[in-house]
Design a protein around this ligand. Sequence first.
Ligand code: MG
Length: 383
Amino acid sequence: MSAKNVVILGSTGSIGINTLKVISRFPEQFRVVGLTAYNNLELLKDQVRKFKPKYLAVRHDGINYFRNNRLFEQLNVLDVDEGLDELVSSSSVDIVVIGMRGSSAIKPFLAAVKAGKTVAPANKEALVVAGRMIMQEAKKAKAMIIPVDSEQSAIFQCLEGRNHAELDKVYLTASGGRLYNVSASKFDTLSVAEILKHPRWKMGKKITVDSATLMNKGFEVIEAVRLFGLNPDQIEVLIHPEAIIHSMVGFKDGSIIAQLGVTDMRLPIQYALTYPKRLSTGLKELDFFKLAKLTFKKPDVKKFPALDLAFYAIKKDGTLPCVLNAADEVAVEAFLERRLAFSKIVKVVEKVLTKHRCIANPSLNDILETDAWAREETEKLIR
Ligand code: MG
C-alpha cells in the first residue's frame, strides 16, 4: 500500500502535535504533505525540518522567514489566511486533519470535502456553524468525515458497519469539567488559572472554559446531530467523570454499544488516520482493576444552562447554532481577558441568542453575516 498523504491544519496546537506523534510511529504509512499554523513559528520550524512537507501555510512573519531561507527552497509557502483552500484540495492530498480552532476552519473544511478528501476534524466550530452545508457537500463529493473529537470518534466507531436506521439513541458522555463539584455560588471566586485546570484532558484555553460551562458538550450535541444525522431528542448527555467510556450508541433492540479507552487524543487521531485498520498505539492499556468503577450522573442543567441553550439552538436550527458559537467565543475571550465574570459567560450568550432573528436554511453568506452580527452584539453586551 502506498503512503497516505496528510495535511494538518493547525500543526502547532495540541491536535497537530499529537497527529505528528502518531505519524512518527508509522513513517511508511503516512507522509506529511502540508502543515499550517497561525502561532508558534519556532515549533513550526522544527516540524518542517523533521517532516519536510511540500506545502506550508503561515502568517506574514513566517512567510518571509521560510521564503528567504535557502534551507527551505523546495517548500511552497502560502498565506494561512488565503491559501488553505488551495492546500487542502491539492491533488497530492489524501487526508486533511483539522486541528485549528475557530470558525476560520469552515472554508478549508468545505474545500476539502468538495475535493472529495477524507477529513478528520477535531475542530468543532465548523460543524456547529456550517455542519449542514459541510455534510451535504461531503455526500455529493463522496468525501469521508472521520471525527477526531473523542466522543464523536466513539459514536463513529460504535456505528461502524451498522444500519443507522436501527440506531435509537446516542449517549454522549461528559467528564463534567472543572466545576462539576463546585457550587455555583463559588464560580466567580475562582481565578482564570484555576478554571483552566481541567481534571481529565489537557486542551487549549477556550475549550477548557467551554468544558467548565458545559458549552463544549452542547457544541458536541450539535456536532453529533450533524455528523450522524440525528434528531436532537435522540441524544442524552451523561456526566461520566472517569472519562473512560467516550460515548455509547443504543439500538432499537435495547442493546448498547460503548467505546472505551484511555483518555489520550492519540487514540481517536490514529483511528481516523488508519481507518478502517486498527494498529498498535503504544499507549498504556486500560487497567480495569485500577478503575474499580465507572459512574454516571444526570447533568445539572440549572447550574450549567449552556447545555439547554445548545439543545434549544439545534432544535430551532438555521442560524442559531452559529450565534451560539460566535457569542460564546467572544464571551469566553472576554472572560480570559478578565473583562467578564465566569457566571456571565452563558448569560451573555443566552441574551444574544434571544435577540437573534433566525434564518432557516442559511447560505454561507448568511452564516458569515450572522457570525459578525453575533460577535458585535456580544461585545456590546459585555461593555
Ligand atoms: Mg470532546
